[in-house]
Design a protein around this ligand. Structure first.
Ligand code: SF4
Ligand code: SF4
Length: 228
């Protein structure tokens, strides 16, 4: 019958309208910005740089390897590598990005920069309230604006951040074990070399002086005494 579809549609609308007064799941509108729907774990917007510890610059994981800059499809990352090294948050000297900009007017949120980073240094943010009056400069995010703590990362992506922390801890433990094994092997080799250097040198025995061919440590062959 003509119009059945319209009536069915109206019935669905009426059911949801009336149900929204009793069932919270049917109420899909929130009064933004006073109310906000929680974002799912995998929601992503634009990238940010993760730092460990309390100092955004000392703790920056990024070592300015520029892989993400090369791989970014629309080429919206701009990095200048430092000339010097600075201690990271555990005191290890590292290069760092003297400049790290992302043009979010160009970024297409593809996450490729995150996938290719070998240092877990760049992750996707959930912040979407980034509108600006100026179209160009104000949408170019600088290193200082991009740097956010690991605690913030845990807050927005708790499952993913916990997995990343575990991977980093496992990698650090494996590197430490490898270093320890190498140090033990080097110590053993040094001890063996020292022992070899201290071993007594062969002293010429009376037998060898008389032409005996017995090797050092070997019992010389018995000689037959002349019969009297
Ligand atoms: S999310 Fe994609 S487009 Fe945006 S900076 Fe990363 S690689 Fe480039
Ligand atoms: S964010 Fe990662 S891939 Fe990009 S420069 Fe820094 S360390 Fe390299």
């Amino acid at each position: 019958m003509i119009g059945t579809g319209v009536l069915k549609g109206m019935a669905v609308t009426l059911r949801n309208f009336a149900g929204s007064y009793f069932d919270k799941d049917r109420l899909i509108t929130v009064q933004y910005p006073e109310e906000r729907s929680p974002l799912p774990e995998n929601y992503r917007n634009f990238p940010f740089l993760v730092y460990d510890g309390n100092d955004p610059q000392a703790g920056l994981r990024c070592v300015a390897c520029q892989i993400c800059e090369k791989e970014c499809p629309p080429q919206c990352i701009y990095i200048i590598k430092s000339k010097d090294k600075k201690p990271d948050y555990v005191g290890k000297p590292q290069f760092y990005p003297a400049v790290f900009d992302i043009d979010i007017s160009v970024c297409m949120s593809c996450q490729i920069c995150v996938e290719v980073c070998p240092f877990e240094a760049i992750k996707m943010d959930k912040d979407f309230e980034l509108s600006q009056r100026e179209r160009f400069d104000h949408l170019l995010l600088r290193r200082e604006q991009l740097s956010k703590s690991n605690d913030y990362y845990h807050k927005i992506h708790p499952v993913e951040a916990a997995a990343v922390d575990k991977n980093l801890a496992d990698a650090a433990a494996a590197a430490e074990a490898k270093k320890k094994a190498a140090a033990e092997a080097a110590a053993k080799a040094a001890a063996a070399k020292a022992a070899a250097a201290q071993a007594p040198t062969t002293v010429a025995s009376p037998e060898s002086a008389t032409g005996s061919t017995s090797a050092p440590g070997q019992t010389p062959p018995e000689t037959t005494k002349p019969q009297s």
